[in-house]
Design a protein around this ligand. Structure first.
Ligand SMILES: *Cc1c(COP(=O)(O)O)cnc(C)c1O
Length: 465
C-alpha cells in the first residue's frame, strides 16, 4: 500500500508543480492515441509502475488542462488536493453512508456539510439536502421533488418555466423526470439575459387558461453562458403568488454567497424551495461533487423514500438522515468527507478570500479587455464570468455583417488559445458567437489575467486593418 501511494505521490507532486508549464490543450492526434488504449479484458496483470507511467506520460497529458491556472473556459474547477486525500481515506476505509445506521459519524459529517450550505443560502432549520455527483443530478433531484410535491401522478400537463439561458441540464432533468420536452417553457429574458418576471407571470397565466398546470420555476444564479443572475426576489414573489416550486440553479454562482458581493448579487435566493450548488465549481473541488439543498427536507424525503425488506428500517428521528431516502442513489461514495476536510482545515475565511479574489480578477479582466480596440462587452461580470465580441476594424456598430463578427470571434478565440497560456471558450447567445471568460480556479491569479489581456491584445493586433 505504501509503495503504491509513494510511487503515486512521486508522480503527482511534479505533475502539479509543472501545471504552469503544461500547455492548455494537447489534443493533436487524440483520436488515434485514445483508440490505441482499447484492448480486450486482460487476463494477467502488469506492474503498477508501468501503468503509472502510461497514465502520467500518455493518457493524462492528452487533454484540456482543466486543472491549470490559465483555464478560463466553461466553468473552471481546479481540484484542491485535500479532496483527493479525503477520497483516499474514504475509499480505503470503505464505509457505507447510504443509510445513517451503517456509519452515523460519516453520515453526520456529510449532513453537517449540507447544513452549512443550507445556512449559507439562508434556509430555516427544517431544511436539508443531499450531495450528488454534480449539478445535473441536483437539478434532476429538484425537478423530481417539485413534480412529486406540486403535481399528481398524471403530470403530463405540468409545466416548468426557465429562461433561454438556463443550463441544458434543466431540460434533461425534465425529460428524465417524464415531462414532455415542450412543457419546459423558455420565458423571454431581458437585455442582460435575465429571466423577466413579467413575462413569467404572463406565461403562467396563459398556460393556466390553456389547461396546463404550472408547477415549477428554475431560475439561474449565474448562467453558464453569460453569467446572468435572474431577479430572484421578483421571481420568488411570482412563485409564492402562483403556488409554484421555486428552484434556483446556483451550480456556478452559489458559493459566491460566502462573499459580501455574492450575497448582494444573489439576494432573494433565501426564498427558494430548492437550490443546486456545485462544490466542484465554487469550492474548487475535483469533479464529482454537486449538491441540492431544499427548504423542506420532508418534501425531498417524500419524493424519494421507498422501503425495502432487506434494508434496516428508516430512522425514526427525522434529524438522522438516510441519504438513500433523499435522492436516487443507494450505494455511493462518502462524498461529504471531501467537502468537510478542506473546510475544516482552512475555514470559510480561506474560501471567501479566494472567491473574492476571483470577483476582483474578473472585474479587472473585463475592464482591461473592454479598453482593447474593437472589443464590445456583451455581459459585464455580475460574479466572475463575462462575455465579449470583437467588431471588425473600421466598422460602425450595427452596419457590420453579423456573420463577419462571428467569424472574427472564432478566429480571435483560436488565436488566443493557440498561445497556450490561457484557455477560453465561446458560446452562442441569441444565435450569435460570443467569447466568454470565467474565472473560478483557485489557481488563477493576477498573472493569468495579465497573460489573457496580453495575448488577446496581441491577437487583435494581427487582425487586418
Ligand atoms: C455546471 C452547471 C450545471 C451542471 O452541473 P454538472 O456539475 O456539470 O452536472 C448546471 N447548471 C449550471 C448553471 C451550471 O453552471
Amino acid at each position: 500500500m505504501r509503495d503504491m501511494v509513494d510511487r503515486t505521490m512521486d508522480r503527482i507532486v511534479p505533475w502539479i508543480a509543472s501545471l504552469p508549464e503544461q500547455p492548455m490543450h494537447r489534443l493533436d492526434k487524440a483520436h488515434k492515441l485514445a483508440r490505441a488504449l482499447r484492448e480486450p479484458l486482460p487476463e494477467g496483470g502488469v506492474s503498477f509502475r508501468r501503468l503509472l507511467g502510461q497514465l502520467f506520460e500518455r493518457v493524462i497529458p492528452m487533454s484540456l488542462n482543466t486543472a491549470g491556472a490559465g483555464y478560463l473556459a466553461y466553468i473552471p474547477g481546479g481540484g484542491i488536493f485535500h479532496a483527493a486525500v479525503a477520497d483516499l481515506i474514504a475509499d480505503a476505509t470503505n464505509r457505507y453512508v447510504g443509510i445513517w445506521a451503517a456509519a452515523p459519524g460519516l453520515v453526520e459529517i456529510e449532513s453537517t456539510v449540507i447544513r452549512w450550505f443550507a445556512a449559507m443560502v439562508g434556509f430555516p432549520a427544517t431544511s436539508g439536502g443531499v450531495l450528488t455527483s454534480g449539478g445535473s443530478i441536483a437539478n434532476l433531484t429538484a425537478v423530481v421533488t417539485a413534480r412529486h410535491t406540486k403535481l399528481g401522478p398524471d403530470f403530463l400537463r405540468g409545466t416548468i418555466y426557465t429562461s433561454p439561458q438556463a443550463h441544458h441540464s434543466v431540460k434533461k432533468a425534465a425529460r428524465i423526470a417524464g415531462f414532455p420536452d415542450e412543457n419546459v417553457r423558455e420565458v423571454p429574458a431581458d437585455a442582460l439575459f435575465r429571466l423577466r418576471p413579467d413575462a413569467l407571470q404572463a406565461a403562467i397565466t396563459a398556460d393556466r387558461a390553456a389547461g396546463f398546470t404550472p408547477a415549477m420555476v428554475v431560475a439561474s444564479a449565474g448562467t453558464t453562458a453569460t453569467g446572468a443572475v435572474d431577479p430572484l426576489g421578483a421571481i420568488a414573489e411570482v412563485c409564492a403568488r402562483e403556488g409554484l416550486w421555486f428552484h434556483v440553479d446556483a451550480a456556478y454562482g452559489g458559493f459566491f454567497l460566502l462573499t459580501e458581493r455574492g450575497r448582494a448579487a444573489l439576494a432573494g435566493i433565501e426564498h427558494a424551495d430548492s437550490v443546486t450548488l456545485d462544490p466542484h465549481k465554487g469550492l474548487f473541488l475535483p469533479y464529482g461533487t454537486g449538491g441540492l439543498v431544499v427548504r423542506d427536507l420532508g418534501a425531498l424525503r417524500r419524493a424519494h423514500q421507498v422501503s425495502a425488506s432487506y434494508l434496516p428500517p428508516a430512522q425514526a428521528d427525522p434529524d438522522c438522515w438516510d441519504f438513500a431516502d433523499l435522492g436516487p442513489e443507494l450505494s455511493r461514495d462518502p462524498r461529504g468527507l471531501r467537502v468537510w476536510l478542506p473546510l475544516k482545515m482552512h475555514g470559510a475565511v480561506t474560501f471567501r478570500a479566494a472567491l473574492d479574489e476571483k470577483l476582483d480578477l474578473a472585474r479587472d479582466a473585463a475592464e482591461r479587455i473592454a479598453a482593447l480596440p474593437g472589443v464590445e462587452i456583451l455581459s459585464s461580470p455580475v460574479l466572475s464570468l463575462f462575455t465579449f465580441r470583437v467588431m471588425p476594424r473600421g466598422s460602425a456598430e450595427g452596419v457590420t455583417d453579423p456573420l463577419a463578427i462571428d467569424v472574427l470571434g472564432r478566429r480571435v478565440l483560436a488565436g488566443v488559445n493557440a498561445r497556450q497560456r490561457v484557455f477560453l471558450t465561446g458560446v452562442e447567445v441569441d444565435g450569435r458567437h460570443v467569447i466568454r471568460v470565467c474565472v473560478l480556479s483557485f489557481r488563477t491569479h493576477q498573472a493569468q489575467i495579465d497573460a489573457l489581456v496580453e495575448d488577446l491584445a496581441a491577437v487583435l493586433d494581427t487582425l487586418p486593418r
